[in-house]
Each structure stands twice: as structure tokens, then as C-alpha cells.
Design a protein around this ligand. Sequence first.
Ligand code: SF4
Length: 297
Amino acid sequence: MNSHDKQAFEANKLEKRLCRQVGQAIGDFNMIEKGDRVMVCMSGGKDSYGLLDILMKLRQRAPVPFELVAVNLDQKQPGFPEEVLPAYLTQAGVPFHIEAQDTYSIVKAKIPEGKTTCSLCSRLRRGILYSVARRLGCNKIALGHHRDDMLQTFFLNMFFGGKLKGMPPKLTSDNGEFIVVRPLAYVAENDLIRWAEHRQFPIIPCNLCGSQENMQRKMVGQMLREWDKKYPGRLETMFTALQNAVPSHLMDASLFDFKNLKTTGVADENGDIVFDEETFPETVGKPFAGVPLVMGQ
Ligand code: SF4
């Protein structure tokens, strides 16, 4: 196989994996149903391009009809290349809408220099996106968060928020009006990076607003990347854990009624072997895949 053939083979494999994982997430969480009109939020970053691209492919062979509308909010940040997304979306042949609203000036006027601007900025953006979805007659909103975003949020909530709480694959919008879905929930960020390179998406840089990076998010992202390098398979294991919560073995009394726990008098072969130490598989396909998590390793 020459190098060109090899590249095409790898790209084909990647495309199949992306379609399979997105299709799986859509099915597992019933993200898209017959007749849905889905607003796909496009920031111009690699994740949103990947999301739209894969959803368009899946739509062509979906067993049920649904519609996609790509939406970009042009927040009038300095240097935003406003021609890039309309040109891409036109040639992609997908219905789209660009909503231009100068939230940048509002944020700059309201937030003192040096203070973080993201909370006001994202609140304004959310309100605008809801009103656009309403105007366009969309009942669902698709966002481009991927597996690594979800893991990062889980650890951020645990380390800094004192909560076992991740980023849901599907939720009702806070105003109660829309279903918000994350069809890239099962997709690894590295695959989206490779897909963006392969498809040569015209990426718009994400630092145009000049906001400082969130240090806590940066730190958690770095920690996860290091683990992934040092212990291949660990991110997959942790992601599987998010789908396997055992309320009786956590300490949240609202999820499990510890107070009224009674003996049953009946042996349960799957019951808890209280005094034995838990064992974990040392290798599940990849080295260290099942090693329990220890901070600072
Ligand atoms: S990084 Fe910039 S554009 Fe993004 S939410 Fe923060 S202020 Fe807004």
C-alpha cells in the first residue's frame, strides 16, 4: 500500500468510527427522532464542523426523516472572519442562518478590564440561540461537545464543585423549551482533530474575544492528557464509569435509602463481598486499562 492509499484507508476507517459512534450515541439516548428540526450550533471550531459533517452524512442514510439547520452567532468579536462560515455552509449544501449580534461590545462595556467575561458572554449567547431556534422552528439544539469535554467537566465538578456531575448527552434547556443534545458524546477529541485535518475545515480561531483561558479547565485537560499518554485506555475506562453509576456504593442518601436498609435473609450471589478487597483487571486489551485512579500518579 503506498502512502496515499494508506492515508485514504485511515481516513475511511476514521469516518466509519465517527459515524458509528455518533449513530450509537443518537440511538442510546434517543437524541434525534422522526420529524425533528435540529439546530446545529456552529462556532467555527473543529468540533462543530465535525458535528455538522457527521450529522449530514448520517441524515442521508437515517431510517427516519429529520432536518438540520446550521446556525452561527457572529458576536462581532474583533477579527471574526464573517465570510468563512457562510462560504463553507453554502458549498456544503446545508440550510443555515448567521445571527449577527454585537454581544462583544456589551460584554466589554459591562465587565471591568481584567475580569473574566465568559459568564456574561455565554449567558447572552444562550438567550440569543434560544430565540434563533424558536424563530427557525427548531425543536432540538445540537452542541459539539465530545467525550473529552465530558470527562473534563466531570473532574472540574468533582475537584472544584464538590459534585459527582458530568455533562449530559441530552437535557431540557433551562427555559424548558428545547431538547439539547450532544451527538459527539462518544467521540474522542483526537479523532475530531484528525477529521478536521482530513476534511480541511476552515477553522476560525477561538481566542478572538481576548478572554483568558480558564486555568482550572486547562489544568484538568492537561491532567487527562497526561493520564492518557501514561496509561492508555484510562480515559475510555473512566468514560465507561460515567455510564455505570452504583448509587448503593456512593454516599448520596437522596439516590439510595441507606437509612431504611434492611437485611433480606436471602443470599445474593451478586451481593457485596464486604470484607474482600476489590480486584481490577490489569489489562483490558491495553496496558493499565483497569488500574484504579489515584491522584498524582
Ligand atoms: S471565551 Fe470569549 S467568546 Fe467564549 S464565552 Fe468566554 S468571552 Fe465569550
